[in-house]
Design a protein around this ligand. Structure first.
Ligand code: BGC
Length: 558
């Protein structure tokens, strides 16, 4: 790795921070968070140390899917601000060295989008082919819907023109027809537009569904035979416009299939992808207090092009999906972290944030975040994770985790000054309410989760091994402990995590190549000498976590 690589390929060791503007900070006091509010928190984000903001959809929307139902890809939702405010946020972030990406929802529009309104008016509409239609009665597709509580088919009948349109998500979100070159060109212009306004890339929503649409539409001979051509076209265009812009894909498919979405050996499709498989197995390991499922998931990650990167995460804005675990494994996670059927959703996930799942045990929470930041890849956090923000399970389904940020212990947690009844979403109540969990208190308290997270972020940023290095699981006899290393030619970081509620003693055996070397503890400044056989005994507390840098000779980094 050359120093220029670290600067150019910033996504290889970035820290991503996802936020929804409407629940972050309400500046104009109308009960809805806004861009002006976010602008006032850019210094906060820089202080926390995150390096890239992922803005959830801020486009005009009827808001029936929390903004993922868009009526104008070029617009800004008037409740949140305007283009001037978007540019202000981007410019302020850039001033502080932060990058900004935003959601690019390419699978569908809202049914209130002018394209769809026109398309359903007549079969001769110039926009008819922007969507996918069929005239025959569709087969039973109830097992293909994404939201089984609300939909029972991926086809909806449109009485006006007597045909069915495709929608993998809600029926108010008709899928775009990617077989139509005009749609492809339109979406390239959308990317172009936001790149010109300063965005550094996109989180590409629901990518595998786009592929299925291409498949479905491929009865049409103009459709490309290989949907991966679509991603190559997007990536090629993106990097012609901006060499260092990224596409971060939401691709929840088995590991083996993910390699293709990165563009295989060429690495010319998605720059980054969320690692849903590792995330799900992390929960299985946490539930079992057994590191092996996670170790196995990491070991079966496919090799990817060196310029591509995995995005690791523990929680996002949707349900905590456990869909890739077996039924029995999922049940183990439910039993451990969400036994109440009210917090289970779609038979595959949980509507809780991490603190509630982990019984609000600070040792376990810190261990989970230490683990996240030590895994090979680029860690992504969802706003509020830095303070242990809770949830509001009285809200419908996935809305439970989309609660207002808690800045102070004051009115509405400092999110907004309106009467509580006017808030876009009620604030959290109970043991994790703003009196107990808020940014202001935690920034004053050196032992808080906030300070722990800020330290983790700073250590992660000074460990290029984690983003760039060669990953290996270090064999040792304890099943409750994960020891892994990320190594560059000159340096390596060893991370040790105890998943168990009891302490233990780890016999770390790195072999004779490591005889008489020293492991430097990156959190406590302690030093662990390895003996002439490259061996050391390490006592570990319950849920302990250590990051150790191998030091040969002179220290490499402070
Ligand atoms: C987003 C969801 C959204 C869906 C439809 C996703 O996968 O993460 O929040 O509902 O796409 O746009």
């Amino acid at each position: 790795m050359r120093i220029t690589d670290t600067a150019d390929r910033w996504w290889k060791n970035a820290v991503l921070y996802c936020l929804d503007i409407e629940t972050y900070l309400d500046h104009n006091n109308d009960g809805v968070g806004d861009l002006a509010g976010l602008a006032r928190r850019i210094d906060y984000l820089a202080e926390l140390g995150v390096t890239c903001l992922w803005l959830m959809p801020f486009y005009p929307t009827p808001d029936r899917d929390d903004g993922y139902d868009i009526t104008d890809f070029y617009g800004v939702d008037g409740r949140l601000g305007d283009h001037g405010r978007v540019v202000e946020v981007i410019r302020m972030a850039h001033d502080r060295g932060l990058r900004v990406i935003a959601d690019l929802v390419i699978n569908h529009t809202s049914d209130q989008h002018p394209w769809f309104k026109s398309a359903r008016r007549s079969k001769n509409s110039p926009y008819r082919d922007y969507y996918v239609w069929r005239s025959d009665t569709p087969p039973d597709t109830s097992d293909e819907v994404v939201f089984p509580d609300k939909e029972d088919s991926i086809w909806a009948y449109d009485d006006r023109t007597g045909e069915y349109y495709l929608h993998h998500f809600y029926s108010h979100q008709p899928d775009l027809n990617w077989g139509n070159q005009v749609v492809r060109e339109e979406l390239l212009r959308v990317m172009d537009f936001w790149l010109q306004l300063g965005l550094d890339g996109f989180r590409v929503d629901a990518v595998p569904f786009v592929f299925e649409d291409v498949d479905t539409a491929s009865k049409n001979p103009s459709v490309p035979a290989d949907p991966h051509d679509l991603l190559k076209e997007f990536r090629g265009f993106l990097n012609r416009r901006r060499g260092d812009a990224i596409l971060l894909g939401e691709v929840n498919v088995p590991h083996a299939d993910q390699r293709r979405y990165f563009g295989g050996d060429a690495g010319d499709e998605l720059t980054m992808m969320f690692d849903f498989i590792t995330m799900q197995n992390t929960y299985l390991s946490l539930a079992r207090q057994d590191a092996r499922p996670l170790a196995k998931a990491l070991q079966t990650r496919p090799a990817i092009h060196p310029t591509c990167q995995w995005a690791t995460f523990l929680r996002n804005h949707d349900e905590l999906t456990l869909d890739k675990l077996t039924d029995a494994q999922r049940q183990e996670v439910f039993d451990a972290f969400g036994p109440d059927p009210d917090v289970q959703i779609y038979d595959r996930g949980l509507t809780l944030r991490l603190p509630t799942m982990l019984g609000n045990d600070p040792r376990r929470l810190k261990m989970a975040y230490s683990l996240l930041f030590s895994l090979p890849g680029t860690p992504t956090i969802y706003y509020g994770e830095e303070i242990g923000l809770g949830e509001d399970t009285s809200q419908d389904g996935r809305m439970a985790v989309r609660v207002p940020m808690q800045w102070t212990d004051g009115k509405n947690g400092g999110f907004s000054d309106v009467a509580p009844g006017r808030l876009i979403q009620p604030t959290v109540e109970g043991p994790l309410d703003a009196r107990h969990v808020n940014v202001a208190d935690q920034r004053r308290d050196r032992d808080s989760l906030w300070h722990f997270m800020a330290t983790l972020i700073s250590r992660y940023r000074s460990c290029p091994e984690l983003g760039w290095g060669e990953f290996e699981v270090i064999e040792q006899p304890l099943t409750n402990v994960l020891v892994h290393s990320c190594a560059l030619p000159e340096t390596a970081v060893y991370a040790i995590h105890n998943f168990a509620a009891e302490g233990c003693e780890l016999e770390l055996d790195l072999g004779r190549d490591f005889a008489d070397t020293v492991l430097v503890d990156l959190f406590s400044d302690g030093r662990i000498p390895l003996d002439g056989r490259g061996h050391a005994t390490l006592p570990l507390d319950a849920y302990d976590h250590r990051w150790l840098r191998l030091q040969r000779g002179e220290p490499l980094l402070p």
